[in-house]
Design a protein around this ligand. Structure first.
Ligand code: SAM
Ligand code: DTB
Ligand code: SF4
Length: 333
C-alpha cells in the first residue's frame, strides 16, 4: 500500500528547518521566491500594513564590545563621542514627539555590552514613561540577566531587541568580545520573562550566502520565532573594520527578506538600517517580498534614515498604511 500523502502547508511556522533547505530557498528563481514569500505574507498579515518604529540612542558611544560594523565601539576611531545615559524626562519628551510623528513603537538603544543594575532604575523610568504615552516600548541594552529581563518587563517593556547579527560560522569575523551563545542566553532570558523578542541581523558585511542562510537558520530554529525580525543593510562606518565592505546586491537583499518571511512566516520582518541608500523601487520589492515594518524618523542610532516626508510619500505611493490603524499613511506619518 502507498504511504498516505502528507499535505504540508508552507505558511505554517516550522522549527525543524535544515540549513540546506534554507540555502535551497535562496537558490530559487527570483520571481518564484518573491511570489511564494508574498503569498505567505498574505496568509498572516494585511500586506498593505507596515509597522512603524522609531529609535533613540539613549546612551551613545564608548562601548566595550568590538562589533566590526559599529560606530559606537570604543575599539575604533569613528568620530562618535561617548555620552552618558540620558535623563528619563528627555527620553519621554522625544518619544512624545515620535508618537506625534506617527511612530507606533519607540526603541531605546544603549551602547552597552550589558545592562548594569545601577542603571536599571533610570531605564525603568524611561520605559514606564514611554509606555504611559500609549506607545509600544522596545529596548536594546546589550546582554541581560534573567532578573533584569523581568525588571524591564515589570517596568512596561514590550519588546527587547538583541540581534544574532550573522550566521554562527561568520560571527567571529565580526565580533570577538562575546560569543553566539552569549546572545542566545540573553534571548532565552528575554523569552522567559515574557517579553516579545526582536531579533535579526545585518547583511553586507562580506558574508556569503551560506552565512546569510545560517543566520536565518539560527532564527528559525529558536524555541520561538522572533516576534520582530530586523534585517539591517550595513551602514558602513569609516574607521570600523567593516567600513569598506562592498555593498550587497539589491536583489540579493530582497532574497534575504523573502527567505526570512518564508522561514519565520508570522514574524514582523523589518526593513531596518540602510533604507537611506535604497531606491523606492528596491524598498517596494522588499515590501512585496514580505517586509512589513520599518524605522521612521530621520535618524537611526548614530546614522541617518529617510525623513518623515520622504517616507509618507513612499507609503502613499505604494498604498501602504501604518499597521493596525486603517488610516492612510499621509494622515499619520
Ligand atoms: N549594544 C546593544 C547590542 O549590540 O545588542 C544594542 C545596540 S546595537 C547598536 C543594535 C544593533 O544595531 C546591532 O546588533 C546591529 O545589528 C545593528 N547595527 C549596529 N550598527 C549597525 C550598522 N552600522 N549598520 C547596520 N546595523 C547596525
Ligand atoms: C536593529 O536591528 N537595527 C537598529 C536597532 N535594531 C537597534 C539599529 C540600527 C543602527 C544603524 C547604525 C547606527 O545608526 O548607528
Ligand atoms: Fe556595543 Fe552594540 Fe555597538 Fe556592539 S553593536 S559595539 S554591543 S553598541
Amino acid at each position: 500500500m502507498n504511504a498516505p500523502i502528507r499535505h504540508v502547508d508552507p505558511a505554517q511556522p516550522r522549527f525543524d528547518w535544515a540549513l540546506e533547505e534554507i540555502e535551497a530557498l535562496f537558490e530559487r528563481p527570483f520571481m518564484e521566491l518573491v511570489f511564494e514569500a508574498a503569498a505567505i505574507h498574505r496568509r498572516w498579515f494585511d500586506p498593505s500594513e507596515v509597522q512603524l518604529s522609531q529609535l533613540l540612542s539613549v546612551k551613545t558611544g564608548g562601548c566595550a564590545e568590538n562589533c566590526g560594523y559599529c560606530s559606537q565601539s570604543q575599539h575604533f576611531k569613528t568620530g562618535v563621542a561617548a555620552s552618558k545615559l540620558m535623563e528619563a524626562d528627555t527620553v519621554i519628551a522625544a518619544a512624545a514627539e515620535a508618537k506625534a510623528g506617527g511612530a507606533q513603537r519607540f526603541c531605546m538603544g544603549a551602547a552597552w555590552r550589558d545592562l548594569k543594575d545601577r542603571d536599571l532604575p533610570k531605564v525603568a523610568a524611561m520605559i514606564s514613561g514611554v509606555k504611559a504615552l500609549g506607545l509600544e516600548t522596545c529596548a536594546t541594552l546589550g546582554m541581560l540577566k534573567p532578573e533584569q529581563a523581568q525588571a524591564l518587563k515589570d517596568a512596561g517593556l514590550d519588546y527587547y531587541n538583541h540581534n544574532l547579527d550573522t550566521g554562527p560560522d561568520y560571527y567571529d569575523q565580526v565580533v570577538t568580545t562575546r560569543t553566539y551563545q552569549d546572545r542566545l542566553d540573553t534571548l532565552a532570558a528575554v523569552r522567559d520573562a515574557g517579553l516579545s523578542t526582536c531579533c535579526g541581523g545585518i547583511v553586507g558585511m562580506g558574508e556569503t550566502r551560506r552565512d546569510r542562510a545560517g543566520l536565518l537558520h539560527a532564527l528559525a530554529t529558536l524555541p520561538a520565532h522572533p516576534d520582530s525580525l530586523p534585517i539591517n543593510d550595513l551602514m558602513p562606518i569609516p574607521g570600523t573594520p567593516l567600513g569598506d565592505s562592498e555593498a550587497i546586491d539589491g536583489l540579493e537583499f530582497v532574497r534575504m527578506i523573502a527567505v526570512a518571511r518564508i522561514v519565520c512566516p508570522k514574524a514582523v520582518v523589518r526593513l531596518s538600517a540602510g533604507r537611506e541608500h535604497m531606491s523606492r523601487e528596491l524598498q517596494a520589492l522588499c515590501f512585496l517580498a514580505g517586509a512589513n515594518s520599518m524605522f521612521v524618523g530621520g535618524k537611526l542610532l548614530t546614522t541617518s534614515n529617510p525623513d518623515k516626508d520622504t517616507d509618507a510619500a513612499l507609503m502613499a505611493e505604494l498604498g501602504l498604511r501604518p499597521m493596525g490603524t486603517g488610516t492612510s499613511a499621509s494622515a499619520v506619518v
